[in-house]
Design a binder for this molecule. Structure first.
Ligand code: PGA
Length: 253
């Protein structure tokens, strides 16, 4: 895992957007794995400003709430339209999201996995991280080999996500999410995090044991994972000086 420690949250967002930009410019027909949440808003904002050509790009989102349809305000489909899809030239038929109102969850999740495969796999996956170590909605205890399926959110995750959900509506208990195995199959993944609150979980994910109790620790097993954090999120990493040294001396940079 490559650990990049940058001074400020804005630097983390700039660096995340730059990786996506480079991916699209060098491979205009890229398959991107997209994430939602507060951290990603800043990444999408930056991408919009860079006048990229998304016409050949395909996207797959990580997760969606069960019982929530694409037109519902609280859906991740609505989030993606607001922050990215309506502001760039992505073709609607190339934007894939799980449908939380599907009548056959098992078949729908399998079809999502099949669609990723048909697209040639995900070239670049964006990831945030929850305070409990979740990636996508794989909460602690999720199988490291898991594929897209239904999961139950923890009370903490529901509480943390409540401010992002329409006022007066409850955050659903169930979600559909790509699995950890699905994420590990991506060719490259980039996890972004900033702020002091994320520092304990960043330390666990990077320097703790590989354990289902911290789903993000599975990324230690990923073939090409870059984790970009600000100084505050990095401050509990025991080997932060070494990570900075490695980054500074990165060949070719
Ligand atoms: P955040 O969410 O970017 O809003 O902190 C990350 C996550 O829960 O995956």
């Amino acid at each position: 895992m490559e650990i990049v420690i940058l001074p400020k949250p804005e630097d983390v967002l700039d660096a995340g957007a730059k990786i996506v930009e480079d991916q699209i410019r060098s491979h205009p027909r890229s398959v991107l794995g997209l994430a939602t949440g507060g951290t990603m808003e800043g990444v999408y904002e930056r991408l919009i400003g860079r006048r990229l050509d998304f016409s050949g790009v395909q996207t797959f989102n990580l997760d969606e709430y069960v019982g929530v349809g694409p037109d519902d305000r609280g859906s991740y489909a609505a989030y993606m339209r607001k922050y990215l899809f309506e502001r760039v030239n992505l073709k609607p038929e190339n934007c894939h999201l799980l449908d939380g109102t599907t009548s056959d969850i098992r078949a729908h999740c399998q079809a999502y996995e099949d669609a990723i495969k048909r697209a040639g796999g995900i070239d670049l996956q964006l990831l945030g991280i929850g305070h409990d170590g979740h990636i996508a909605f794989n909460e602690p205890g999720s199988s490291m080999a898991s594929r897209t399926r239904l999961k139950t959110l923890t009370p903490d995750t529901r509480k943390n996500n409540a401010p992002h959900f329409p006022e007066g509506e409850e955050v659903p208990l169930h979600v559909l999410t790509m699995g950890i195995g699905t994420i590990l199959d991506t060719r490259r993944c980039v996890l972004l995090a900033y702020g002091k609150n994320k520092s304990p979980v960043i330390a666990q994910a990077v320097e703790g044991p590989l354990t289902a109790m911290c789903p993000a620790s599975a990324l230690q097993w990923h073939r090409h994972c870059t984790l970009i954090v600000d100084e505050e999120a990095a401050h509990k990493l025991a080997r932060q000086d070494y990570y900075k040294f490695v980054y500074k001396n990165k060949p070719g940079s």
